[in-house]
Design a protein around this ligand. Structure first.
Ligand SMILES: Cc1cc2nc3c(=O)[nH]c(=O)nc-3n(C[C@H](O)[C@H](O)[C@H](O)COP(=O)(O)OP(=O)(O)OC[C@H]3O[C@@H](n4cnc5c(N)ncnc54)[C@H](O)[C@@H]3O)c2cc1C
Length: 498
């Protein structure tokens, strides 16, 4: 029976139990709350803007390319300042089964530091201190998030240099280059690779264990793309800084002469710090040449017995090279950070593929690329940088607008054919990341097995950077069929009209 409030009798009221003080049910912490508690609120985020910014890289493709774009966005961003914060973030990730994507300057491209299943983008750049400079034993200890540009500036004040850095030195950080292998950069033909400079690494494994890695185990972390754990500190060998550099530049009319000159110069006893080759298309965006079609520039330490000027002049003269003079040459060295990527400012999408090729095979590779450029009429350009005295890092690019769909997909197809060709002639894709993991079985079969074992040991729960190196999002065969069709259509389209 319905009763009005006034009907409530005294006895009813007496029956109502005294309210007990409300028991506080603890509010369950969200992932973001937990991250904020570890790295502070300012350095943890799930805002859309930050998630987008922390998920891309310079090789990002037009939107329509990402059919499942959502997966390519991080769910959270955490910027870490010390090792206990890294440990804390990894613990949260394990609790919630979230992937962790370590991120430096994001310059390695190929989706290396982009998520594939959401998760936490872990920005290592706030860890950027120089911890020790030891001039007696010629080593430094640094945090993994320091950029090469800042590192060289700081230790340069003490008369030291690491001597080697990627040409992306303004944004790339030490931890990022180690995770990418650090094989070929400015200085490596002369001083040796980053592996040869790395004395030890401090890491937090995916399982949370903090360890100092030395000796052969360092090799696991070189070229590991963050799939084993997070590198937070590095001990590196350093050199005395040279007082001056000297660059020589030559232009050539034929690709064959350019490549022959490159091979002969690379074989000279005195090695360059930097040896670059490029076509006139790429050169147009930094230091244009007047009449030749191809450029070779070589930089040496400017000191007695360190500059093979006579040999350079005689090699290039015999092969029809024309000296481009001091002003042009100095500009080549000054532009070493920018030349490779300047075209990106002039196109919607700069599509590219990086290959590591024996120097004797560079001519064969570039001849193929030149003939694809002509037969498929794609806007191609290229750049090569000597990495070791025997191998060159080749960057093959095309400048594409997203609305040119057939050209776009055919360009991707041609870059795929170039990877297959590189593997055939004894080369490999240089950067692996998300995009090139499909080539692991063909290009790095032994490394694949080694990394699968290491993954079991260092990251048994599989939270670190999934879908690269030891596994991939799609199969080689599927991509192969797709790109063969795409290039065939592009060829046909020439005959059947628009
Ligand atoms: C213009 C340009 C020029 C370049 N020149 C060169 C060159 O001369 N030589 C060369 O070798 N490469 C070059 N690259 C490629 C790239 O710059 C380098 O590989 C670079 O060192 C990557 O460093 P990063 O800090 O940007 O790493 P990111 O791109 O942020 O990361 C690279 C990979 O390492 C992982 N990672 C990052 N930090 C850590 C960490 N602390 N612990 C564990 N894993 C981590 C990431 O998850 C990712 O898989 C160039 C790229 C560009 C765009």
């Amino acid at each position: 029976m319905y009763r009005e409030v006034n009907d409530v009798t005294k006895t009813d009221v007496d029956k109502v139990p005294e309210p007990t003080p409300m028991e506080e049910t603890p509010k369950e912490m969200t992932v973001l709350d937990k991250l904020a508690a570890i790295v502070t609120e300012e350095r943890a985020s799930d805002s859309e803007l930050e998630r987008v910014v922390y998920s891309g890289d310079p090789s990002s493709l037009p939107q329509y390319h990402y059919r499942w774009k959502g997966k390519y966005l991080a769910d959270y961003v955490a910027r870490v300042e010390n090792v206990s914060e890294i440990e804390g973030v990894l613990k949260v990730a394990r609790e919630h089964n979230l992937p962790v994507i370590p991120r430096g300057g994001a310059s390695s491209c190929m989706g290396s530091s982009s998520p594939s299943r959401g998760g936490i983008s872990l920005d290592i750049k706030p860890m950027n201190k120089i911890l020790e400079i030891n001039k007696e034993e010629m080593f430094i200890r640094v945090e993994a998030g320091i950029t090469f540009e800042r590192l060289e500036d700081e230790i340069g004040k003490q008369g030291l240099t690491l001597g080697i850095y990627p040409s992306s030195a303004k944004s790339a950080v030490i931890g990022g280059w180690i995770a990418c292998g650090g094989r070929g950069g400015i200085g490596t033909p002369y001083y040796g690779s980053l592996r040869e400079h790395t004395l030890s690494l401090s890491v937090v494994g995916g399982d949370g264990a903090v360890q100092v890695v030395e000796g052969d185990e360092i090799d696991l972390f070189l070229h590991s793309y963050g799939i084993l754990g997070v590198i937070f500190e590095v001990k590196l060998q350093v050199h005395e800084i040279p007082s001056a550099y000297k660059t020589f530049s030559y232009e050539f009319d034929t690709l064959e002469n350019l490549c022959n000159a490159m091979v002969e110069v690379s074989r000279l006893e005195i090695k360059p710090l930097y040896l670059k080759i490029a076509d006139e298309e790429l050169q147009k965006y930094s230091n244009p040449i007047s009449s030749g079609k191809f450029v070779l520039s070589a930089t040496y330490i400017d000191a007695q017995n360190k500059v093979p000027s006579n040999e350079l002049n005689s090699i290039t003269e015999q092969l029809g090279g024309v000296n481009l003079g001091e002003e042009f040459s100095e500009k080549e060295w000054d532009l070493r950070y920018d030349a490779e990527f300047n075209p990106k400012e002039h196109t919607e999408t700069l599509m590219f593929q990086e290959l590591w090729v024996p120097i004797e095979k560079v001519y064969e590779m570039l001849s193929s690329y030149e003939s694809y450029r002509r037969s498929h009429r794609i806007p191609a350009l290229w750049f090569g940088m000597l990495g070791t005295p025997d191998a060159m890092r080749l960057e093959l690019m095309t400048m594409i607008n997203a609305d040119q769909y057939l050209k776009f997909i055919a360009s991707k197809g041609i870059l795929h054919k170039m990877v297959k060709k590189a593997i055939k002639v004894g080369g490999v894709p240089y950067t692996i990341g998300l995009q090139n993991s499909i080539y692991m079985t063909r290009a790095y079969p032994d490394r694949l097995v080694q990394m699968q074992e290491a993954k079991e040991k260092w990251d048994p729960e599989g939270i670190m950077n999934p879908d690269r190196v030891t596994s991939c999002l799609t199969s080689f065969r599927r991509i192969d069929v797709l790109f063969n069709l795409a290039t065939a259509f592009r060829r046909l389209s020439k005959y059947v009209g628009k």
